[in-house]
Design a protein around this ligand. Structure first.
Ligand code: ADP
Ligand code: ADP
Ligand code: ZN
Length: 217
């Protein structure tokens, strides 16, 4: 299973990606998580990426592509992977395609989480993330059992710097101009599977799993 989660910020890529990875037993590779971890650890990558993340701009393609292709060569990707937040530009998609082709592999499909832009601001500004393990919550739509604490590891929940309303609006614009063209890109390759991501979390998951079960994805 080599899957891509596509959709605007807040559509539910991370949430569904984590659930799918657990169900399918493949790694969930989220570029945003990789960058946030690097920033936290003050690595060379973190220093390069930080200002882009803070401003809600895309990290340059060369940097992202190198990190992702390196990750995809790790042994745990042998059974497949779920890419979340990558690719975000046509250049990134082309680099991925070329890499997989060289390995004699192809994508299984691209899961597009489709949702009206109006709900996204509310989802993103209400998002809370575990400082320790990165698990994602929503104060209203997916609250943790104990307020402010992660269900998985007990870590502290915080609001991402870039989930404040002003940066959120900019990230949505960046998505429109740079990432939306990927719909056409994958549609043309017959790889695009569209899901209604306005439904509750469980409903989206069930629809994706049903499609996978029917072998149609
Ligand atoms: P993305 O990775 O696409 O940016 P997330 O998976 O982090 O999106 O989800 C954004 C926020 O919206 C999170 O707080 C998450 O808990 C919440 N969320 C995700 N899917 C849904 C849904 N179907 N309905 C309501 N809230 C959702
Ligand atoms: P969201 O969950 O809202 O879609 P992510 O966690 O995926 O956001 O990404 C957070 C930030 O990390 C982006 O705003 C961008 O700065 C950087 N980033 C993540 N993935 C990529 C990518 N594929 N290309 C460029 N920048 C990226
Ligand atoms: Zn946690």
């Amino acid at each position: 299973m080599r899957l891509i989660m596509l959709g605007p910020p807040g559509a539910g890529k991370g949430t569904q990606g984590a659930m799918l990875a657990r169900a399918l037993q493949v790694p969930h590779i989220a570029t945003g998580d990789i960058f946030r971890q690097a920033v936290k650890e003050f690595t060379a990558l973190g220093r390069k990426a930080q200002s882009y993340l803070e401003r809600g701009e895309l990290v340059p393609d060369e940097i992202v592509v190198e990190i992702v292709l390196e990750r995809l060569q790790k042994p745990d990707c042998g059974k497949g992977f779920i890419l979340d937040g990558f690719p975000r530009t046509v250049k990134q998609a082309q680099a991925l395609e070329e890499f997989l082709h060289k390995e004699g592999n192809a994508l299984t499909g691209v899961i597009l989480l489709d949702v009206d832009p109006e709900v996204l601001v509310e989802r993103l500004t209400g998002r809370r993330v575990c400082r320790r393990c990165g698990a994602t919550y929503h104060f209203q739509y997916m609250p943790s059992r104990v307020e402010g604490r992660c269900d998985e590891c007990g870590g502290e929940l915080y609001q991402r710097e870039d989930d404040r309303e002003e940066t959120v609006r900019h990230r949505l614009d960046v998505h429109e101009s740079q990432t939306r063209p990927l719909r056409d890109y994958y549609e043309k390759r017959n790889l695009l599977y569209v899901f209604d991501a306005a439904q509750p979390i469980e409903g989206v998951f069930v629809e994706i799993m049903e499609q996978l079960g029917r072998g149609q994805l």
